[in-house]
Design a protein around this ligand. Structure first.
Ligand SMILES: Cc1cc2nc3c(=O)[nH]c(=O)nc-3n(C[C@H](O)[C@H](O)[C@H](O)COP(=O)(O)OP(=O)(O)OC[C@H]3O[C@@H](n4cnc5c(N)ncnc54)[C@H](O)[C@@H]3O)c2cc1C
Length: 387
């Protein structure tokens, strides 16, 4: 896989081992079937517990049986998973960064003991409910709300576009707590088998097909007090989770682009036209040179982010820049790779077309490209342009 400026030499033994283990895992267990899963619109369910056994969920957290790997190792893992398919990386990102992270950071000891080991091994699956049918980019305007009663809370509302909701045991639902002044946003651990909870699947997606997406309906759902995340109030709850997940996306998108590059390079040196490999023509070489350069720039940004995160200096705005840049890069370069494969590039036999369609989701979720432009613009000018 492309490593033009020898980033390999900066990696520790442990980081190399994590990357190589993940790479072997996807080569053996994912890549042979992922194209068919993508066509069928299914997720390879047997991989959920296998990824848990491999320690792929929240490996950068500590305690509760979690490995506490470096942020670089975690990033490399996301890169390798997304080199196989964005759906696979999404599964690990949601489980780790959007479900286990908030429980780890803001949960009670009882919540951590109950959920972190089970989620870490893949015995339980979680999802993250923030987006609503009428509130996407403007998530803070959410209508889902909780009213206090004698035993806890009663939750009502609807979430949509929720990765894994139809296969989840537990959902982190973000809702406004109407029982106190200013209706602060709180995080609720909602078990999907409870009365009043529905998790309908969204069918016929044309992107991220090898990933299960659904809704969360909440109709007078009784949530006991001990299922509220005690350690956070306000939008910083969901936003801090999104910063963790966006960090993984910044690495993952690079993996998708690296896979596209490798596929295009192999094809260009193998496919003959006009008496020689197409990679022998200047136009194709320019495409490969540009692709390699753009991927290398994105790799450097991801590695720098890891350094900042490791020493506790990473700002959410820097993560926005990396998510915005690296996903746009992968979206553009996957198209170039597909184009180099000619007609064969249209089929599911090769990965670039699948990556192209997946990256449309990655470009949109976890803050759209536009929203990250506004976040960076706000940081640079001090003037918010969201409204
Ligand atoms: C497959 C998939 C999986 C997902 N998984 C999850 C999940 O697990 N959990 C979850 O909570 N959500 C999830 N999402 C939802 C995702 O985060 C939202 O789709 C995203 O935040 C955008 O919201 P929206 O779709 O409502 O678009 P909108 O917010 O309606 O945006 C529509 C367009 O308007 C633009 N726009 C919006 N506001 C502005 C503005 N102020 N200035 C300029 N342009 C603007 C946007 O950039 C976009 O181009 C998922 C989405 C998909 C497609």
């Amino acid at each position: 896989m492309l490593d033009y400026v020898d980033l390999e030499s900066e990696l520790s033994e442990e980081e190399r081992m994590v990357r190589d283990t993940a790479r072997e895992f996807v080569e053996e267990k994912v890549k042979p079937d992922i194209g068919q899963h993508w066509i069928d619109g299914t997720f390879p369910m047997d991989l959920i517990s296998e990824m848990g056994e491999m320690g792929f969920y929240a490996p950068n957290l500590d305690g509760y049986g979690l490995p506490n790997l470096s942020e670089t190792a975690y990033g490399l893992l996301m890169q390798e998973l997304e080199a196989a398919d964005s759906g696979l990386r999404s599964m690990a990102s949601v489980q780790g960064a959007l479900v286990m992270y908030p429980i780890h950071a803001f949960g009670s000891e009882a919540q951590k003991d109950e959920w972190l080991p089970a989620l870490g091994t893949g015995e339980a699956v979680g999802c993250f409910g923030l987006t609503e049918p009428e509130h996407g980019s403007n998530a803070s305007a959410m209508a889902t709300h909780a009213e206090r009663d004698a035993d806890g809370y009663v939750l009502n509302g609807a979430k949509t576009w929720i990765t894994n909701s139809p296969i989840s045991d537990v959902a982190i639902v973000w809702a406004r707590d109407r029982s106190v002044d200013d209706d602060p946003v709180r995080g609720f651990l909602v078990e999907t088998e409870w009365d009043g909870v529905s998790t309908n699947k969204i069918d016929e997606k044309l992107s991220l097909r090898a990933s299960i997406t659904g809704e969360i309906g909440l109709n007078d759902v009784r949530v006991p007090e001990e299922n509220v995340l005690p350690g956070v109030e306000g939008m910083k709850g969901p936003l801090s989770c999104l910063t963790q997940a966006r960090y993984g996306i910044a690495w993952g998108a690079v993996g998708a682009a690296m896979d596209c590059f490798q596929t295009a390079l192999d094809y260009a040196t193998d496919r003959d036209q006009f008496g020689k490999p197409i990679g022998g023509f200047q136009i194709q070489q320019e495409k490969l040179a540009e692709m390699a350069t753009q991927i290398t720039n994105a790799q450097l940004l991801a590695h720098r982010l890891a350094e900042l995160k490791e020493r506790g200096d990473l700002k959410p705005t820097q993560v926005s820049m990396a998510k915005r840049n690296n996903v746009r890069m992968a979206r553009e370069q996957s198209r170039v790779a597909r184009e180099m494969l000619g007609g064969n590039g249209i089929t599911a036999d090769y990965s670039p077309m699948r990556h192209i369609t997946n990256l449309e989701t990655v470009y949109t979720y976890e803050g759209t490209h536009d929203i990250h432009s506004l976040i960076i613009g706000h940081d640079l000018t001090g003037i918010p342009a969201f409204e």
